[in-house]
Design a protein around this ligand. Structure first.
Ligand SMILES: [Zn+2]
Length: 130
């Protein structure tokens, strides 16, 4: 990969990193545990609040994973730039288009699909960052 391409990807990674951090961490509200209020709490509202908590914690987890992957990619770029952009599984070049979309991708499309076929099927939109 050329230095210019590496620079562009580094820039993309840093931008993505800053954006991910700027989004902040989703707040996780504590569960209502006050027994005296239990009877007045709408059960639907309680169920909704529990659902939102689950969603929030999943989102936080996804964000933490994303940041870890970005940091890993930046480190790799610094330590072994000649390996950057090569699939860590088959050592073929990762398609430039894929790197454009996912600058922290460490596997080519094929190896990623082989490693995690389930995820590719179930994570199409919201959390599909890979
Ligand atoms: Zn591969």
């Amino acid at each position: 990969m050329t230095t210019a391409k590496l620079r562009a990807l580094e820039k993309a990674l840093k931008k993505l990193r800053a954006e991910t951090i700027a989004q902040g961490t989703a707040r996780i509200e504590p569960n209502r545990t006050d027994e005296s209020q239990a009877s007045t709490v709408d059960e639907d509202a309680q169920a909704l609040s529990e659902m939102l908590q689950v969603l929030n914690s999943q989102r936080n987890k996804g964000k933490a994973e994303l940041l870890a992957r970005i940091d890993r990619a930046l480190r790799k770029m610094k330590e072994s730039p000649e390996m950057f952009g090569l699939c860590e599984e088959c050592e073929e070049e990762v398609a430039p288009k894929r790197l454009q979309l996912i600058p922290y991708a460490s596997l080519c499309t094929e190896c990623q699909g082989l490693r995690d076929p389930q995820r590719r099927l179930t994570r199409k939109k919201l959390t599909d960052f890979d």
